[in-house]
Design a protein around this ligand. Structure first.
Ligand code: ARG
Length: 479
């Protein structure tokens, strides 16, 4: 009887329908997990060896073949496997790895591959692979976030002495140091790094679940295998399975990761929107780095913020990816169901988009130029920006009840709009006995506004504190 090319088939009498086979294949995208399938295999065959199912020589041969897969991934990237003939007809990454190993062992030890899958299930493998992938990617994205934070600091340092206009409801509100404005984004992306840190901290990667009820290898077999593996690679959260049914049916870690990614994306989108708005002719507060803009095919004068618009636009896809998995998982009976295969494309898609966005955004931010002249002119001319500070001065220095002070300054603003520079001391006295032209001049300016703020300090953001907390290299490779 010809050898079945799939990892199953003994109970089937008819060949699988070709159209259906193509439909159910996941190799087109799950090949990205090949490296992690090798890790699972290395731990598993060590456990098989401990249990006496594989002898030392067989274990060594399989490990060498597996190691050569890792070597190729490291040298040429996982995409280099896409051209291999073994990928033809492979159902998924697990089948594909079996075939690669079979070829490497051929002709002499070809049959040895049949022992590789002893007492393990793809249900256990896939969740192991995906968790490992999420772990690696959260570490990588954390370090990209750090690079973005460093770029924000570059801009903070460049414009450390400049001020800006703070908005609420997209209406001019109060003057603010430009550093404080920028560091608002620093705080957002810093929270994102912290969120990823706690994600990594809570992520347990299990092995030994079998299809859903555990394995007939012993705890000791697996624990020794895990220990040996951790000498080479050490995700501290690699463990023997606790509840096998939960393990093979759990995709919370993908939903959590995509939630964290969605929040990063929301922050990127808000940053993009601010930059788009402030770079318009109407605002004219900042100039965009030309290398990240495009022109119009018809209108010669255009310089369009396409990068930022695409960042804003991708938010729909990234939120959609999260919703896709949440919806797929809703109502699935325990334990593994094939529906869960569809978790990969949304996961890979969101991660790959955010990785690209973070890379470019870190460059983009450094290239932004502040249009000091425009901002300075507004800060000088627009007295209403200091209405709040004047009201607060009346409260703090003149003990006017706040409601009354609010009212006085409100009426002052109407007067100023009407009379402008022609406002008189008599007008001001009519509002409150302490108000004079001199006082207005002293209190309604950017310097006073900033000096009067006691709860916040406009300092360049501190990256060292962030770096100290971030695990940028959770996986230590010793050889
Ligand atoms: N390709 C499958 C997935 O990604 C792997 C697990 C398959 N298990 C099974 N019993 N068919 O979910």
């Amino acid at each position: 009887m010809a050898k079945n090319k799939n990892m199953w088939g003994g109970r089937f009498t008819k060949p699988v329908d070709k159209g259906f086979f193509e439909f159910q294949k996941s190799i087109k995208y799950d090949y990205k997990l090949l490296e992690y399938d090798v890790y699972h295999s290395v731990i598993h065959i060590t456990a098989l060896n401990k249990a006496g199912i594989l002898d030392d020589n067989e274990c060594k041969k399989l490990k060498m073949a597996l190691k050569s897969v890792l070597d190729q991934i490291e040298e040429k990237g996982v995409e280099s496997f896409l051209t291999s003939s073994e990928i033809e007809g492979a159902e998924d990454v697990h089948t594909y790895l079996q075939r690669i190993i079979e070829k490497k062992l051929a002709p002499k030890d070809k049959e040895l591959v049949d022992k590789l899958h002893s007492l393990r299930s793809r249900n256990d493998q896939i969740v192991f692979n995906e968790k490992f992938y999420c772990l690696d990617k959260s570490v990588a994205i954390s370090s990209q976030l750090i690079t973005l934070l460093e770029s924000i600091i570059v801009l903070e340092e460049k414009y450390a002495k400049e001020n800006f206009i703070g908005y609420t409801h997209t209406q001019r509100a109060q003057a603010v140091p430009f550093v404080s404005y920028l560091s608002a984004f620093f705080y957002m992306f810093n929270r994102d790094t912290e969120r990823l840190q706690s994600y990594v901290h809570n992520l347990n990667i299990y092995i030994g679940a079998g299809a859903l009820t555990g394995s007939s290898l012993t705890k000791e077999n697996y624990n020794e295998a895990i220990k040996e593996f951790q000498i080479v690679k050490q995700p501290s959260n690699l463990k023997l399975v606790e509840n096998a049914m939960d393990n093979v049916s759990d995709r919370d870690f993908i939903i959590e990761f995509l939630s964290a990614i969605s929040i990063i994306q929301m922050h990127l989108s808000r940053l993009a929107e601010d930059i788009i708005l402030y770079s318009t002719k109407e605002f004219n507060f900042i100039k965009l780095p030309e290398e990240f803009c495009t022109g119009s095919s018809l209108m010669p004068h255009k310089k369009n913020p396409d990068f930022l618009e695409l960042v804003r636009g991708y938010t729909g896809m990234i939120y959609g990816n999260l919703m896709a998995i949440l919806t797929t998982m809703k109502g699935l009976p325990l334990t593994y169901n094939r529906d869960m295969q569809l978790d990969k494309q949304p996961l890979f898609s969101s991660i790959e988009i955010v990785e690209k966005e973070l890379t470019i955004m870190a460059q983009f931010i450094k290239g932004i130029e502040l249009n000091n002249k425009v901002i300075k002119a507004i800060l000088k001319k627009e007295k209403a920006l200091y209405a709040t500070e004047l009201a607060e001065w009346l409260v703090v220095e003149k003990k006017v009840p706040f409601k009354k002070a609010h009212d006085i300054v409100g009426r002052l603003i109407i007067l100023m709009e009407k009379k402008g520079e022609n406002i008189t001391n008599a007008d001001l006295k009519g509002l409150h006995c302490s108000l004079t032209k001199k006082i207005i001049k002293e209190k309604m300016n950017v310097m006073h506004a900033l000096m009067s703020k006691k709860t916040v300090t406009a300092e360049i953001s501190n990256i060292e504190n962030v770096k100290a907390k971030v695990i940028t290299d959770n996986i230590v490779t010793s050889n």
